[in-house]
Ligand binder design. Sequence first.
Ligand code: CTP
Ligand code: CA
Length: 229
Amino acid sequence: AVLAGHPLDLTGRHIVVSAGGTREALDPVRFLGNRSSGLQGYALARAAVARGAKVTLVSANVALDDPAGASVVRVESARDMREAVLGLYGVADAIVMAAAVADFRPSARSDSKIKKTSGEPDPIFLTKNPDILAELGARRRAEAHEGFGPVIVGFAAETHDILANGKAKLERKGCDLLVVNEVGENLAFGTPDNAAVILSSDGTSTEVHRGPKEALAHVVLDLVGARLV
Ligand code: CTP
Ligand code: CA
C-alpha cells in the first residue's frame, strides 16, 4: 500500500462523475431499472478527490455512502441525469459517464398505482431516452478547437468482439476515452473487481487487468489528466 497516497495532480480541476443506474417510472411505486451498483463511479469519485480534484457525483439510485469531499447530486431517471450532467458541462474539466443509463423508458407513466384487474395486463410500450454521452460528445466536437471543452469519458460493457464493438461505440458517441468492461465471469456489476480496455480517440488502447475498481479508476484519471492542458 502506498501510505503517502496519490499525487495531487488534479488540483484545481472539476471532475463530474455519473454513477449508479437510472430508474424509469411506470407508476408512483414501480420502475424499470438495472443492476448497476454504482461501485465503479463511486471509486472514480473517491480517486479524483484523493488526487485533489473538486468532484461532483451525479448519483442514480445507489446504496452507498457519499464519498467524503465530493458533492453529490441525486437523480432518478435518465432525463433527470441528462439535466444534471448537461448543466455541469460548462464548469467541468472532465465528465465521466460511469452510470448505467436506461436506453428506454415506459412511454406512459400512470399517476396512480396500476391496479391488477381481472383480465390480462396491458403491454408496456417504450420510448427512447436521450443519449447523454452522445450529446456530450457532439457538443464537444462542435466546439472543436483542440483542448477546448471537458474531456468526455464513456463506459461500455461488451460480451464479445470487445475491441471492434468498443471502437465503433467510441466513434458513435464522439467521446475522448471509452472504458470497455469485459463482462461475464463474475466481473463488473456488484463486484469489487473490474477488468477493462480503455480506448482513446487518438487510436491508442490501455489494458487494465482484473483488479479493484479503485485501480481502474486511477488509470482512467491518469488518461484524463494527460489530456488536460
Ligand atoms: N449512456 C448515456 N445515455 C444513454 C445510454 C448510455 O449517456 N441513454 C452512456 C453510458 O453512461 C455509458 C455509455 O453511454 O457511458 C455507453 O453505454 P452503452 O449502454 O454501452 O451504449 P449504448 O449506446 O446504449 O449501446 P448498447 O446498445 O450496447 O446498449
Ligand atoms: Ca445502453
